[in-house]
Design a protein around this ligand. Structure first.
Ligand code: ADP
Ligand code: ZN
Length: 744
């Protein structure tokens, strides 16, 4: 008698791996093992153990059975990526041209994957500070990168994450490893500290009675939430108009209907006030910030998945929070570039939030005082619903703006380069006498951006990048802002031997010196990437400013955003023109946004505020509109310009950048990449052409730009360009960037 045992049914799974391979791989499930789409598993892949995500399960398989390997194991059974996030990852991979595995890796953060507490490599000073200082001087000539690393750790004043050191010094692993071997630094493993977000009393935010404009906004959005259909709102409210209160109320409405919400803010460290206000109003908030340990983040994930936490708040990646029954996604300051990720997958959180809203029938609210042209363009075409808050809500009024035409300053003042116009000086004097505070904004660090020979006109350039080097007088070095390369100031011109070089242009360092000289009794502080090298420096300076221990605060864009100090009655924009001539179609938009946001820092309290905008181009439409604080005027002109030139919102952009050791290769790769999309309908291709900065870190840069005027042409272009990164060679990098935030 033969016993016919039923053959065990084999199940197969399709696995997406976090590799730049745009396909999935089939594995078998061992008998008795089950898995579902959204589970993480471990597999063998070409001799490596990798973890991947199950994206499909089936009973059949096209491959011969002997060819199919089994998975090793299912990781974290209880953790399952929700189907909606799997779908979001799929759409991300198609739109941004990454592999599904790469998209899933962003969606399912390392935090949720890791078990236990992750410990992070840090570097700390082992040598005594005096010895380290002496070493830095010695290393400075021959081993610049090592000198840079050592100085950065020394200035930080405590253990610093290896990744941060590398990023800030633009170096690889080898310099710090050498310093460790030499006994100057020590590598230590430290668990990332848990920065508890305890909402302070004043952030506990009184519940204001809504004004009529706010009420209208809340009602409009609430109706859409009620309808349980996806809809996108653009909340355009001037600075101080009470947008946060609107978000809070909408979220209350969403919660009272048993649904959940996600709130995205640009950078959590810069928005503790906003975060605090949400955390104090909702007991069930999960705050997802970079200071969380992995196990803590995993716990927040679980709370959200199980529906114990119903509101997630965080920066860009909080978009992927696994909230249950999503009703609302808020994007605060939707114009901020930090919503775009600048490494693979290069997604734009704002655009992807709308996709998630579609998938989960959730309402999306984009808020800003200066909405992007993309968003306002869509609102004007009725794709988004526009809601406006035209007035400040609290005590503050919009400031008075004075445009100071620098062409009318005396020639000697112009020539000397340091430009504090008479108007600004007089006003500063007056405000300082009244014990008010002054903010001076200049979006350029260092002493002067150019060191020029007055005789032959030669400029000191970086030998690795096609840019001029910035003179930093306090450090006494010339520094390249693209690769961090430094050098000594030449005694004479290298070309014509003229004995003195001339400092051209003004940076924050020079401005600080000028202000101190002019107002010796005032307490002046500077906030830019050069002065904020020590840990905790940011909070310290802002704290001192709040306590009125600082009279004049000078800064780059670091001080443009979010700051709310009632005693600031004067804001000076030292040069409104720094970004105006950057060859990017957004230069006018960015100039307008920055001026408008900076102006919003004045007159937040009871006292009226004044803004002085210094410019050589008072007639430029971005500056003229900012001076009138007239967003609509700016948009009207900018939309016209965008329409004529075919830029967003009238096109979606795809950029391909090739960076090669040899210029010819970068160019050739791009020619090859671009061939398939030439002549496509409803789109234009610009380039290949040398990038604006033609060389960075010894790599030659070429790029091309596809302007797709319709969704159909965008889809078609992505089918052709989605895999261009595969053209990369050992000596040439290729990057595909959809909705690029930089065209340099
Ligand atoms: P925005 O985010 O639009 O710049 P905020 O939400 O920070 O503005 O609000 C600005 C100030 O106005 C805050 O101090 C806030 O407490 C206050 N505020 C908001 N709504 C009201 C209201 N309805 N009545 C009075 N004050 C309000
Ligand atoms: Zn350089």
């Amino acid at each position: 008698m033969t016993l016919f045992e039923p053959a065990p049914v084999t199940h197969y799974v399709q696995i997406a791996l976090n590799l730049p391979l745009r396909r999935e791989f089939t594995y078998a499930l061992p008998p008795g093992v089950t898995a579902q789409p959204g589970n993480r598993v471990r597999v063998q892949f070409h001799g490596r153990k990798l973890s991947g995500v199950v994206v499909n399960v089936s009973d059949t398989c096209d491959l011969p059975p002997g060819k199919v390997k089994s998975i090793d194991l299912v990781l974290d059974q209880e953790l399952l990526l929700p189907a909606s996030l799997l779908e979001l990852s799929r759409r991300m991979s198609v739109t941004y041209g990454c592999s599904l595995g790469e998209a899933l890796d962003a969606t399912l953060p390392a935090a949720a994957k890791a078990r236990g507490q992750r410990r992070i490599p840090h570097l700390e000073l082992l040598a005594p500070p005096d010895l380290a200082k002496a070493q830095i001087e010695q290393l400075e000539e021959k081993h610049q990168e090592r000198a840079r690393v050592l100085r950065t750790v020394l200035e930080f004043g405590g253990p610093m994450q290896v990744n941060d050191v590398r990023r800030r010094t633009s170096t690889s692993d080898s310099p710090w490893k050498t310093l460790v071997k030499a006994g100057l630094l020590r590598r230590v493993m430290i668990a990332e500290d848990l920065q508890e977000l305890v909402p302070s009393a004043d952030e506990r935010a009184l519940r204001h009675d809504l004004n009529a404009d706010q009420q209208r906004a809340v009602d409009a959005v609430t109706r859409a939430v009620e309808a349980k259909a996806h809809r996108t709102f653009l909340l355009h409210g001037v600075t101080g108009s009470g947008k946060t209160e609107v978000y809070l109320r909408i979220l209350e409405e969403v919660r009272s209907r048993g649904r959940s919400g996600i709130v995205l803010v640009p950078e959590i460290s810069l928005t503790p006030q906003t975060v605090g206000r949400f955390a104090s109003r909702f007991p069930d908030v999960a705050v997802l910030h970079s200071g969380l340990t992995d196990s803590e983040r995993g716990r927040q994930w679980q709370r959200l998945m199980q529906g114990k936490a119903k509101v997630a708040i965080g920066a860009r990646s909080a978009l992927f929070a696994p909230v249950q029954n999503l009703g609302l996604i808020v994007i605060d300051e939707e114009h901020e570039t930090s919503f775009k990720q600048d490494c693979t997958p290069r997604y734009h959180a704002r655009e992807l939030a709308i996709v998630r809203g579609e998938i989960e029938n959730a309402v999306v609210v984009l808020g800003s005082a200066t909405p992007t042209l993309e968003s306002i363009g869509k609102a004007r075409r009725g794709i988004y619903e526009l809601v406006t808050l035209p007035k400040r809500a609290g005590a503050g009024r919009m400031p008075k703006v004075i445009v100071q035409d620098l062409r009318s300053e005396p020639k000697e003042v112009q020539r000397s380069g340091v430009v504090l116009s008479r108007t600004l000086l007089v006003m500063m004097e007056e405000r300082l006498r009244a014990r008010d505070q002054v903010l001076l904004f200049l979006n350029r660090r260092g002493f002067s951006p150019v060191l020029l020979c007055p005789s032959c006109g030669e400029v000191v350039r970086c030998e690795h990048c096609a840019v001029s080097m910035t003179w930093h007088s306090r450090r006494g070095r010339l520094i390249c802002h693209w690769c961090c390369n430094e050098k000594r100031r030449p005694e004479s011109c290298a070309t014509c031997q003229h004995p003195a070089m001339h400092e051209l242009g003004v940076g924050t360092e020079r401005l600080e010196a000028a202000v101190k000289q002019r107002f010796p009794e005032a307490i002046v502080a500077r906030m830019d990437a050069d002065t904020m090298t020590e840990r905790g420096a940011h909070e310290r300076v802002l704290g001192a400013f709040r306590k009125k221990q600082i009279d004049v605060l000078i800064g780059t864009q670091m001080i443009a955003k979010g700051l709310d100090f009632p005693d600031v009655t004067l804001v000076g924009v030292v040069s409104a023109d720094t970004g105006l001539f950057v060859p990017d179609y957004r230069s006018a938009e960015r100039t307008f946004q920055l001026l408008f946001q900076v102006a919003g820092r004045a007159g937040r309290g009871e006292k009226p505020g004044t803004v002085v905008i210094q410019t050589y181009c008072p007639d430029n439409y971005a500056i003229a509109a900012a001076a009138k604080l007239d967003y609509d005027l700016f948009v009207q002109q900018e939309l016209q310009f965008r329409k004529q030139t075919g830029y967003p919102p009238f096109a979606r952009l795809i950029r391909v950048l090739a960076e090669g050791n040899a210029e010819a290769e970068a160019r050739a790769l791009l020619e090859k990449a671009v061939t398939p999309v030439r002549g496509f309908a409803e789109m234009d291709v610009l380039g290949p052409a040398p990038a604006v900065i033609t060389k960075v870190k010894d790599r030659w840069r070429w790029h091309m730009l596809a302007k797709c005027y319709t969704q159909a042409s965008f889809t078609k272009a992505m089918q052709a360009l989605g895999t261009v990164e595969d053209l990369a060679t050992r000596t040439c990098r290729v990057t595909l960037d959809v909705d690029p935030s930089s065209l340099m």
